[in-house]
Design a protein around this ligand. Structure first.
Ligand SMILES: Cc1cc2nc3c(=O)[nH]c(=O)nc-3n(C[C@H](O)[C@H](O)[C@H](O)COP(=O)(O)OP(=O)(O)OC[C@H]3O[C@@H](n4cnc5c(N)ncnc54)[C@H](O)[C@@H]3O)c2cc1C
Length: 351
């Protein structure tokens, strides 16, 4: 890499400090950019991060629900995403703290008794849970559900805690995030550039589209849930996830357009969902309604395009936190081997 750098820029300019050369410049400080930066730094590469906005709140991940449950998503997600998610669950604890690895619980709607059986034909790595097991896992649900599926390999986290944790670890490694950056990618002084601009990368991915995701936060000190819970009663894959101190996140509904804000319909769906899961949510206090625009490619699967100097990653859809570490690990391999190919193309669903 050092040799290629010298070929591209004369030593005199680098030595005189006119060019602040790095091995890898990351453009975009969403989950994909930050995790890639950290993995590159840990591999001994000199890294810089460039973010157009003044803080992390421009990323949809700021308003994420923070569910990392790849096995539970196998009914709605491509097998590639499930595999990336499983690998990432092993990688996250090596990067930052802040995750609760407590599994996830999937429950059926009592009015659709076959829903769980239908769902079970799409998913792997679960244990059936009877009424007693459900009550032991989630005392607040005791006596309400007599059958469910427990997925041990699932985690949850507060995305804002993850952003802060990543920033701290990066700063400790001497990596500064240049917020409010208005430069051009081609002008960056870097051996390799990783473009993780999400929806800002429509110039590179013309097929990129925005999908709105919405979530609600409610507070109740009368309810105590310990893990993400998905109730199979809604057209969306909706989870109710504990954030601590009586806060619960409900989401996310997804709407295939790029409007901002949460619609009345979605707000109603989110609240109805929580009350359907556990009637005690009817008395909870609504704390926050938030939405974000997620970057989605044609088949809903992330894509990595490897060029001579620029590697572009996009289309992480509703799985940015869930899959970023595994994709970053693959990027690092590409950077070291100087491979030139597209990886992570969609594979047929294996179910
Ligand atoms: C309500 C909601 C719930 C969600 N729940 C989950 C969940 O439970 N689990 C999960 O895994 N995911 C979840 N997601 C999805 C997750 O937020 C996305 O998958 C993720 O944000 C994609 O990450 P990214 O880094 O690829 O892109 P982004 O997060 O979009 O980051 C791109 C960054 O690039 C910056 N940028 C754009 N243009 C430029 C430019 N020209 N120069 C410099 N910087 C630029 C942007 O400002 C942004 O900060 C949720 C999203 C929402 C909205």
């Amino acid at each position: 890499m050092e040799k290629r750098r010298r070929e591209r820029y004369p030593m005199s300019e680098i030595a005189s400090g006119k060019r602040e050369m790095v091995d890898v410049a990351i453009v975009g400080a969403g989950p994909m950019g930050l995790v890639t930066a950290l993995m590159c730094a840990r591999a001994g590469l000199k890294v810089a991060i460039y973010e157009r906005q003044g803080d992390f709140s421009a990323s949809p991940a700021w308003n994420g629900t923070g569910v990392l449950a790849p096995d539970c998503e196998a009914d709605v997600a491509d097998a590639t995403i499930v595999d990336l998610g499983r690998r990432s669950l092993d990688l996250w604890p090596t990067l930052i703290p802040g995750f609760t690895l407590n599994g996830a619980l999937v429950l059926g709607n009592r009015r659709q008794p076959t829903a769980l059986d239908d769902y079970s034909s799409f998913v792997l790595n679960y244990e059936w849970a009877d009424e007693e097991r459900i009550a032991a896992l989630e005392p607040s649900l005791a006596g309400i559900y007599n059958r469910g599926m427990y997925f041990p390999q699932a985690a949850h986290a507060d995305p804002r805690v993850l952003f802060t944790g990543l920033k701290e670890v990066l700063e400790a490694a001497g990596i500064r995030i240049r917020f409010d950056w208005i430069g051009t990618i081609d002008g960056l002084q870097a051996e390799r550039i990783v473009d993780t601009r999400g929806l800002g990368a429509r110039d590179r991915f013309p097929e990129l589209r925005a999908v709105t995701a919405e979530m609600a936060q409610v507070r109740s000190h009368k309810i105590e849930l310990n893990r993400p819970i998905r109730l199979l009663h809604n057209r969306h894959a909706l989870y109710v996830t504990p954030r601590g101190q009586g806060i619960y996140v409900i989401g996310a509904t997804t709407v295939d357009d790029d409007r901002s804000g949460v619609s009345v319909r979605s707000a109603g769906e989110l609240m109805t969902h929580a009350v359907s899961l556990l009637p005690a949510f009817a008395d909870a206090e609504v704390v926050e309604l938030r939405s974000g625009l997620m970057p989605v490619l044609m088949n809903g699967v992330p894509k990595v395009v490897v060029g001579d100097r620029i590697i572009a990653v996009n289309g992480l859809y509703r799985y940015g936190w869930m899959v970023a570490p595994a994709i970053a690990e693959d990027l690092l391999r590409v950077i070291y081997t100087q491979a030139t190919k597209v990886i992570h193309a969609s594979r047929p669903m294996r179910h």
